[in-house]
Design a protein around this ligand. Sequence first.
Ligand code: FAD
Length: 505
Amino acid sequence: MTDNAIKKIVIVGGGTAGWMCAAILGHYLPKERFEIALVESEQIGTIGVGESTVPPILELLRNLNINEQDFIQATQGSFKLGIRFDDWHQKGEQYFHPFGNIGGPVRASNGTALDFYQLWLRAKQAGHPSGLQDFAPAAVMAHAGKFMLPQKARNTPIGSASMSLHIDASLAAKFLRGHAEANGVIRHEGIVGQVHQHDTGFIRSVELKDGREIAGDFFLDCTGFRALLIGQTLKTGFIDWSDELLCDRAVAVQTENINPPHPYTYAQAQNAGWRWRIPLQHRAGNGYVFSSKHISDDEAVSSLMAQVEGEAVTKPMIIPFKTGMRAELWSKNCVSVGLASGFIEPLESTAIHLIYRAMDFLLRYFPERDCDPVLIREYNRRMATDYTEIKDFVVLHYCTTMRDDTPFWRDVKNAPVPQTLMEKLELFRLNGTLREGVDELFRAPSWQSVMEGMGVRPRAYLPQADQISQSDLEATLAAVSKQLPAFVDTLPTHGEFLRTHCPAH
Ligand code: FAD
């Protein structure tokens, strides 16, 4: 350990971001070398609406030695096999973005592994009646309202599905707080009134309104949209994406659960945005993400309230937001995480994922006190790549719509499409090729599913797909589309599975 080593880390903010960072750093950093403090204010409170997650959250739980069942019980959680999208391409149409693979492994007679999607494209060109999702185990289970842990059924037709969780965000923060505090993280209650800097601009300490001063070598800004350190103090710029994604507000409300919980997030397009429904064990989360240019707060609230199922158990809460990210997510000795670092609307439930990606990269590029610019540059590049990839994927859901029935959807059609996404679309339209990075969250089945759901189908398929005969191709598709639903039929419903496997406390 050098004299330059970081000894004290101060996390400002205790929402999902703050406590998730505290739990991760508390777990990975040796207690004898690091002191970790977290400051939060009950008076200010948290956003508390992030309830839908993506599969890597399960890996995070495993890495932190958190038992999945305990976590689901403590957060009143339910299982998520993907997202159902209604009315996005055209009103009345529906599609599914499943987690996990689509179709099983298929081999040519010489042993070559063939890409299932390409085989399916070939079959479609010959007029095959199937839908892509008929071959996605997660979609078939979701559609039937059935559930089984894919990892417990590896050698069955649903073995290549993947899953994630719906969680009560406030309970998740509480759970992670317990985990972090058990690992020695010290919590301070109070409102940060001032931030003190060294001559270099590095942050020296935060001062609470009651006069207490908490100094540190390294700071995490988890203060939500306030961005107290990264924005207000360090004045890093903000890359604004609101011309590409038009929604800038949400209304959220919790309701009682009157129907059995569905094992997917529901996202239905609306006249001026879209609404979500997320079933938990004790209640459901609902919201309408909308564009304030196209609908007023009052209209959005009444539209949402007219559509929710069950009685509201909270008052509708309006949340304004700005789509974009910090020009530098890490500046000087401060890394911004969660809403302080940026926000892409929650259509693909990626914000919580970006929190643990931030910690993953911080641990990989962990600095000394002087924060070498080489590390900062690399961290910012990696995180910006993640943000851009996710933003492109979310824009894809809009820019391919055929809807023009309201001013919002007409404006969506005229919104600029990022160059990176245009190039992905051009390539895909040719023969289904995807420009995949090595470490991307959304892999081929995700892009293929949304493309197909939004009416984007490649003009041609790749020649490898001709490696099997037409009759073998038809027999393969027929076998999967018969075995998969037959197996799914034998599974418990999602509600039954939850009751027996992980009933909430
Ligand atoms: P907050 O929850 O706002 O927490 C900020 C913390 O900072 C609080 O503890 C507050 O007390 C503290 N603080 C602020 N200022 C001070 C101060 N001066 N002194 C002391 N403490 C201070 N994500 C998903 O992954 N899936 C979803 O489905 C999803 N849905 C969403 C829907 C909407 C409409 C929105 C807006 C977000 C959604 N998110 C979702 C994002 C998710 O809610 C956030 O990423 C997550 O809650 C992290 O928030 P946060 O901790 O950064 O901020």
